[in-house]
Design a protein around this ligand. Structure first.
Ligand code: FAD
Length: 524
């Protein structure tokens, strides 16, 4: 359709930009816009927060470590906006303009779409199973009313959680037997550079890939694309990679998605891994859709669970394939998805869902240096950093998180109750403790989005998560249910949050929190 607009309405002019939303609420994958850019062979500017047209087109966007201004060097360009501006409301003037605007209705035939590549049949992925997120519930909440007893129970559960053995997060037990699996080859992880090292989500994924590759007897590969790999291959081997593919090229110094996509697509096509995992970081979510599209492979976004399994239905018979589970329809259902008609099964995985394996510096592995050819005409974006988030406190690594929700009536109440409580619990447990929030509390202005836990915030897995005045909406739960110990405080005994909690207190914030803070002072 865009090609037809260019041809017929713009009379062949390439002087335009395409603006899209970042993601739909139902699919929520954010992968269609970058794949459209890949199809059209143009640059894509993701996570845009706003744009200026004068004196030249400049887009302000969220980058991996801050905010930056980006100018496209050539047009067309595809821009995806995220939580960008105030919603536009209907005005008289705009409504009048809309009435006289021409509306064209096109179908797949009028845009000459290839029918084998559209709709369900054209999809490179297939939903295997839909289920309610509540099926994942495992906890029986123990209700406590005495503050001193609550402190003692928190202390005991916190100590026990520290002793638990941390596995790679992949369920063992898949038996291949003497069957031939549908896919063959290594399990790969895209190793995202961060400073001189590797982003923690990539190390988490190396651990996951080990668990997935084990029952199939395959190796784990990590691929790094940069101008200078430094000591990163060693740390990837220490984390569990058997082979590290190092693609070094001067054009891979910054992050220009077109170069990185080219480099990764070439090595994927040359070495044909059976699976490739990307962290669902801003960079990974931009890169993975383009690599998948360039390699004609299916991609499942934002997975929260990965396992090996079989799938039989009608003439489809898949053996030992990657089952990719993710929240769908705004988090109200969970979908397990499988890749079909693809060389490599690809998925992005949210940071913090799995735990990084303990590095073993003694491990040995192979380093392979594939050659790639990069097309220099791909330089399309000029970037100027505006603000760096480098010093921002991250809640993702905290051992203890005290999260507040809409139950707090104001920011003043939020701060007045939660800061002393976090200090008291941190002191009692000798743990790094951070205050976080539900999306409603962020929207109420209690704190900023960096501290939001949940589907559209951070995924956290602390040893202790205390949810106060939070109802337990599934979009919040998906961001914190991996915590070792969950404590919920809520005045509504029927609040959903208790279904996910180990310990619960039914009561009002105004009475429970001061009493708990006081009990902590006594016990500390
Ligand atoms: P509420 O649901 O209003 O709950 C407040 C709770 O506080 C209630 O249970 C109430 O009983 C209790 N309470 C009230 N007063 C008191 C008191 N005095 N003492 C004790 N308890 C009290 N949400 C997220 O958190 N993170 C996300 O990332 C996220 N992403 C989303 C993405 C999508 C696509 C959608 C559709 C929604 C998303 N949401 C997210 C929103 C989510 O659906 C809920 O609306 C939100 O989590 C509710 O926040 P809350 O629990 O703080 O507020």
């Amino acid at each position: 359709a865009i090609r037809r607009v260019e041809r017929e309405m713009l009379e062949g002019s390439r002087d335009y930009a395409i603006v899209t939303g970042m993601q739909s609420v139902d699919g929520d994958t954010a992968q269609v816009p970058p794949q459209i850019a890949e199809e059209l062979g143009i640059a894509h500017i993701a996570y845009a927060q706003g744009l200026r047209r004068e004196p030249e087109l400049t887009i302000r966007r969220i980058a991996a470590e801050g905010t930056e201004d980006v100018k496209p060097k050539c047009l067309p360009v595809l821009i995806t906006l995220t939580a960008a501006t105030e919603p536009l409301y209907r005005s008289f003037a705009a409504a009048r303009e809309a009435r006289i605007a021409e509306i064209h209705e096109w179908d797949s035939a009028s845009v000459e779409a290839d029918r084998t590549r559209i709709g369900l049949k054209g999809s490179w992925t297939q939903v295997h199973h839909l289920f309610s997120p509540s099926e994942a519930r495992t906890k029986d909440c123990e209700f406590v009313s005495d503050p001193a007893e609550l402190v003692a129970r928190i202390k005991a559960l916190y100590a026990a959680a520290g002793e638990a053995v941390i596995a790679d997060g992949v369920e063992d037990g898949y038996q291949l037997g003497d069957r031939d699996p549908t896919y063959h080859g290594e399990f790969w992880v895209y190793a995202e550079p961060e400073g001189d090292g590797v982003r923690s989500v990539s190390l988490e994924l190396v651990g996951v890939a080990r668990g997935l590759a084990r029952p199939l007897g395959e190796k784990v590969g990590a691929v790094i694309a940069t101008d200078d790999a430094g000591t990163r291959p060693r740390s990837l081997i220490a984390a569990g990679a058997d082979v590290v593919y190092v693609v070094e090229h001067p054009l891979l110094s910054g992050f220009d998605p077109l170069y990185h996509k080219d480099a990764l697509a070439q090595v994927v096509q040359a070495y044909r891994p059976q699976a490739m995992l990307f962290g669902a970081s801003p960079l990974g979510r931009e890169l993975a859709p383009r690599v998948a599209y360039a390699c004609r492979c299916g991609l499942t976004a934002d997975c929260t669970k990965l396992e090996i399994g079989d799938y039989q239905k009608g003439s489809v018979d898949l053996v030992g394939v990657l089952q990719q589970t993710r929240p769908a329809l705004g988090g109200n259902v969970m979908a397990t998805i499988m890749t079909k008609d693809s060389q490599t099964q690809m998925a992005t995985v949210r940071p913090g869902v799995f735990r990084a394996p303990t590095p073993d510096p003694q491990r040995s592995g192979e380093i392979v240096r594939p050659e790639v050819e990069l097309d220099v005409s791909g330089v399309c974006l000029i970037k100027t950093p505006v603000e760096s988030f480098a010093s921002t406190v991250s809640i993702r690594d905290a051992e203890v998180i005290i999260a507040g929700g809409h139950g707090f009536r104001s920011k003043a109440d939020f701060d007045r109750h939660l800061n002393p409580l976090a200090e008291g619990i941190g002191h009692l447990l000798g743990a790094d403790t951070k205050v976080a929030a539900s999306r409603m509390a962020v929207e109420d202005g209690c704190t900023t989005h960096d501290f939001q836990v949940g589907q559209t915030g951070q995924t956290v897995q602390p040893r202790l998560y205390v949810a106060i005045g939070i109802s337990g909406a599934i979009q919040h739960i998906t961001g914190m249910q991996g915590s070792d110990v969950i404590v919920a405080i809520n005045k509504d005994p029927k609040a959903k949050i208790f279904e996910y909690a180990d310990l619960g207190v039914v009561g009002d914030i105004e009475t429970v929190i001061p009493a708990l803070t006081q009990a902590l002072e006594v016990q500390a």
